[in-house]
Write a new protein. Structure first.
Length: 227
């Protein structure tokens, strides 16, 4: 895998980092259940005992991989968008393989139905909420809801990889497919679809609906019968 500009080569990584990177690659391709400790250590060029020494278990390693991938995705977004590196024609080709790997990793993680997957989604929402508050606070009065919907929409595209790829006629996990999807996303986020007057009327209607509903008791399940 090509490493982003400025990151160390495989030979320069510590044993712990080699184990983590090998696990990220294998979890992305095979999933947690389809990857063994031996697979990871063979890929990393270390012994199974060294994995246990650094991480304790495959589950603990998975947790560190989750945190690492999320942190790196946010760092890459920050570097490309807000530090102006996207304007450098050499940067995107160098970092694109890593972006694709992380997309595959997140897709696998979110679809495996585990508590780790739920925690990853929650972390993605929290990080996105923080990012909005720092970089685009005017985009919504409810940063939490905006972040949750945004993460859900983008994760949904990845989770529906086969269907989106079929509709586009190209695999979105290839360079060509990802760029086409990214261009569509850029269009989506840069062009409002709703007329401001319509949005104002819709918000008034939603406010009226909210005001007409009885308050939900603390701790009550609003989905329960009779709620």
């Amino acid at each position: 895998m090509t490493r982003p500009v400025g990151e160390p080569s495989f030979e320069d990584l510590t044993a712990r980092a080699r184990i983590r990177d090998a696990a990220v690659r294998l979890f992305a391709e095979r999933g947690m259940d389809g990857t063994t400790v031996r697979d990871i250590t063979q890929n990393a060029g270390v012994s199974p005992g060294l994995l246990r020494h650094h991480f304790g278990s495959k589950e603990a390693l998975r947790e560190e991989c989750d945190a690492y991938v999320l942190d790196r995705m946010m760092e890459i977004k920050q570097e490309l968008v807000f530090e102006g590196k996207l304007a450098n024609p050499a940067v995107l080709p160098s970092i694109h393989p890593t972006i694709m790997l992380y997309y595959k990793y997140v897709t696998r993680a979110l679809l495996d139905g585990s508590r780790s997957a739920a925690a990853m989604f929650d972390d993605m929402v929290a990080l996105t909420e923080q990012w909005i508050a720092k970089n685009a606070p005017e985009v919504s009065e409810d940063h939490r809801a905006y972040a949750a919907v945004m993460v859900g929409m983008q994760s949904g595209m990845l989770a529906m990889h086969d269907h989106v790829s079929r509709a586009l006629g190209v695999d979105i996990f290839t360079a060509e497919g990802h760029l086409r999807m990214a261009e569509a996303l850029a269009d989506f986020y840069s062009h409002p679809l709703l007329d401001p007057e319509f949005v104002t009327k819709a918000r008034r209607a939603m406010d009226a609906l909210r005001a007409s509903r009885p308050p939900t008791a603390a701790g009550a399940d609003p989905t329960a019968e009779g709620a």
